[in-house]
Design a binder for this molecule. Structure first.
Ligand code: ZN
Length: 62
């Protein structure tokens, strides 16, 4: 049976060491069995591959 409960949404950012923030910059690709998304830093333009799209949203029960 379904049950509803209140929740709050949090935004999860992925920060770069330079103080910038990684944003998804391309389409997902496969690396073996892993799904990765290319991200670029908003400040230093460093590239990194992450298993989720950032910023992402999470729901937390209240
Ligand atoms: Zn950076």
């Amino acid at each position: 049976m379904e049950r509803e409960a209140p929740a709050k949404v949090v935004i999860v950012y992925y920060d770069c060491e330079c103080g910038g923030e990684y944003r998804v910059s391309g389409k997902l690709f496969l690396d073996g069995d892993d799904v990765l998304f290319p991200h670029t830093c908003t400040k230093c333009e460093a590239g990194i591959n992450l298993p989720e799209k950032y910023p992402t949203y999470k729901f937390k029960p209240v």
